[in-house]
Structures are given as structure tokens and as C-alpha cells.
Design a protein around this ligand. Sequence first.
Ligand code: XMP
Length: 331
Amino acid sequence: NWTMVNIAEESVAAVREQVGNKRAICALSGGVDSAVAAALVQRAIGDRLTCVFVDHGLLRKGEPEQVEKDFVAATGVNLHVVDAQERFLAALDGVTDPEAKRKIIGREFIRVFEEAAREIVEGSGAGSPGTDAEPVEFLVQGTLYPDVVESGGGTGAANIKSHHNVGGLPDDLQFKLVEPLRSLFKDEVRALGEQLGLPSEIVWRQPFPGPGLGIRIIGAVTRDRLDILREADAIAREELTNAGLDRDIWQFPVVLLADVRSVGVQGDSRTYGHPIVLRPVTSEDAMTADWARLPYDLLQRISTRITNEVREINRVTVDITSKPPGTIEWE
Ligand code: XMP
């Protein structure tokens, strides 16, 4: 696509101009925005970009690998992975309130990122005598045009997303921002991602909340519950893909009602497990949404597979609430 080739070249040139011979860091979330921003900047400044991936253990099945293997293979980017799973589980221990979960996840994310950034800044040897290393002066963010507009308006949406972009870093760790996607809409970012050769799983990934599966477990977050939800979610996604419906659905949260138990029967015995909620929605911008009328045979396959393959789940339900009055997520 000719226009995208131009946009890619112009953006790469602009980043080169802005960053000069300095260095930059970037937080990868697994989402399309940060991935495309990082890929662009790595085109522009190569090894002088270091990406940080905080594995908080709240991503879906296969997503950490997409970042650590596929993204790195496609871009050759310099990646620093922090396994912070234990730390997030400990911080979330016993917490059930949705806003409290969001605050904790956002806070821990910034702390872990800040620690990693500090190591990278210090490890670069910048400023020390006898080295020619350039200082890390820039922070790359995947801010899109709608984010810019939302922040300006001070709407609730900007608040919801506030922790998602790494703001609020302490004063002694100050960076200038590089935001190469600031003038683009989501569809343009996806086209650019394809132009840059990113894997289609990343380019076409559905929007996913910053707090991840942490807000899709109704009840406290534990490792077991995350594993159960990850399995069920992977089945739902796989069946949606097999049905060829990925691009018709805006988002497809799968929600574990961890504090609710349901009676079932399997073989000759009674089970006492948990229900799961399928929440497929169509939407243009997440401000309003409609529940997606998935074909019955697809719902049937998802239900059969989840109850067969995920032992703790003995009931599958579908959420048929539009937004408003329901939100897309359950928390
Ligand atoms: P709701 O549930 O309010 O969600 O209809 C609207 C959109 O925002 C996403 N969402 C979040 N994204 N951090 C995020 O980065 C959050 O805390 C958060 N909560 C909801 C949601 O997935 C949907 O796309």
C-alpha cells in the first residue's frame, strides 16, 4: 500500500530527527499500538532502542510468547523481559474490588517498568568517563490520535486508559516522549504494522484492557483461576478464528465467575464448579457496543469444548446486554 509506505518512511525519518544519536526505551504491552510504535522506532534508531516487556502474568494464552519470540523475530528489537508474575499475584492477593485491582496493577506496572528503565539507563554507561555511550533520553509511547483527543477532553475514557500509557514516572527518571502514532487512527496503525512486517496475530489483536485477565476474574485473582480462565479464553478465541469471524467481533471477553459456584453433572457424578461468561461484542469505538449474535453452532462448539476441556467449568453462559447499560468488561 503506497500511502502506508510513505507514512512509514516519513515517520522513521521524523523519529531519527527527533532522537538523533541518543537512546530510547519503550514498554511493550503485547498490544498493537506499542508494538507498531516500537517497530517504527527500531527501524529509525536500531539498537539504540531497548524495549521492556513486563510479564505480569495477566495476559492470555500465547501472548507473552508473541512478544518474546514473534515480535523479536520480526523486528530484531532489543528486548528486556521482566518476569513479574509473583510480584503481581502477591500485590493482588485477596483483592476483589475492580478499581482496587486496577490501581494495584497500574502501580505495580509503573514500579516494575521504572526499575527496569533505571537498570537500562545505568547499564548504558552513559555519561561515565571513558565511554562513548549516549544517554537514554527518550520514552516511546504508542499514543494514537483518538488518545490525544480524549486526553484533551478529560473524558472518562482517558482516565480509564491513564495507567496504560506509562505516565507518572518519578522526577529523577525524566524522559522526553516519542509518539510516532500521534496522528493515526487504529486502522492506519494496523496497516502500518503490516507494512513493517509485524505478525498478523499482533497486528489484528483485539483491544485488551491494561489490567488484563485481572479484571476478568470476578473475585480474587489467583494463579489457578488465571490458568482456568486462560484455557477457556483460548478455546473461545480459537473457535471464533476457525469460524472466520475474528474481524467481525470488536472484543470477546471471557469472564470467570470465580466466587460463584454452579452444580452440574458429568458421567454419573455431580460436579460443583464455576460458570463462565462469554461476552462477544460488536462496536466502533468501545463507547457503545452491541452483543454479538454469534451463530448457535459456534456457541455450541465453544460450550462443549470448554466444559469438556476445562475441568473446573461446568456451565457456559452468554451475556446479551448492550452497552449501555452494560459495560464491555464485567469489572
Ligand atoms: P468498558 O468495560 O468500560 O470498556 O465498556 C471500554 C473499553 O475499555 C477497555 N478497558 C480498559 N482498558 N484499562 C484499559 O487499558 C482498563 O482498566 C480498562 N477497562 C476497560 C475495555 O476492554 C474496552 O475496550
